[in-house]
Write a protein that binds this ligand. Structure first.
Ligand code: ZN
Length: 273
């Protein structure tokens, strides 16, 4: 599943091809994915200019003067920039034509989404899908004080609090496991028991882990394809993720796997207390 780093890598990849470009046409090859596409999308976007790109959590945003297009890649979606004449495959569901190129959305499992938020609908931050999202992990509002303050009443395990997304958004399963390892925090620790000092380490670890993944162009997700159309299989050197039964890279003890909230967690019981 594309996580925050993949969405950010995608945004950075497509932005130079889209920013300042006028949409000449929108081709929809089906009525929708997870939800219906806006039926009037071609008329909404045609002859309008993409003024900027953005991202909120895992939503990629294309900003126009009169509104914002929200794109979610779902479980298996990806975007590519191609010559507009490139024949569409079975899973290519929507093309936004800008100049000679198309921004093409491909999504075999069809859990993705394309939604429109008009300026007249109000503040984008109040959109039903965005309003409950926590702060962005790579922005300044995300700090140890925030994490500490907002977890004083949270008995849930710290790993699950990170994944919940209501305090900080976009720290998915891989990145939560890796960050907790770097901060030497056991994923089962109740969030409210963790000190401010340890949250400082965790915030640093989360920022480093996400930044490294973005730098490398995403994580090891076989469905992600980069904007150049090449297979985006970015192998990362994980400390604990998906390494159950193997030796901890720091201490040599065996990495353990547990299930928390139906998600696998990987950790070293020796390094993480
Ligand atoms: Zn260890």
């Amino acid at each position: 599943m594309p996580e925050l780093p993949e969405v950010e890598v995608t945004r950075r990849g497509v932005a130079p091809h889209l920013t300042g470009q006028r949409v000449s046409a929108v081709i929809m090859r089906r009525a929708g994915l997870r939800w219906p596409f806006p039926a009037d999308l071609p008329a909404l976007l045609q002859d309008h200019t993409i003024v900027a790109t953005g991202r909120r959590g895992k939503y990629l945003l294309l900003h126009f003067q009169h509104g914002t297009l929200l794109i979610h890649l779902g479980m298996s979606g990806h975007l590519s920039i191609l010559p507009a004449t490139t024949p569409a495959g079975k899973h290519d569901h929507i093309d936004i034509i800008v100049g000679e190129n198309a921004l093409r959305m491909t999504d075999p499992r069809r859990f993705g989404a394309v939604l429109w938020h008009a300026v007249t609908d109000g503040d984008l931050d109040h959109h039903v899908l965005l309003k409950n999202l926590g702060v962005e992990p790579l922005e300044d509002q995300f700090d140890a004080e925030l994490l500490f303050r907002q977890t004083r009443q949270r008995s849930a395990a710290v790993k699950q609090v990170l994944l919940a997304g209501d305090i900080v958004v976009g720290v998915g399963n891989i990145y939560a496991s890796e960050s907790l390892f770097k901060a030497k925090i056991n994923p089962k620790t109740p969030a409210k028991r963790i000190s401010l000092a340890r949250y400082r380490l965790l915030v640093e670890a989360i920022r480093e882990t996400l930044a490294a993944a973005i730098q490398q162009g995403g994580s090891t997700l076989k469905d992600f394809v980069g904007v150049d159309g090449q297979s985006g299989y970015f192998q990362q050197h994980y400390f604990v993720y998906d390494r159950a039964g193997e030796d901890c890279r720091l201490c040599g003890h065996t990495v353990r796997k547990i299930v928390q909230g139906q998600r696998s967690s990987f950790y070293c019981p020796h390094c993480q207390k």
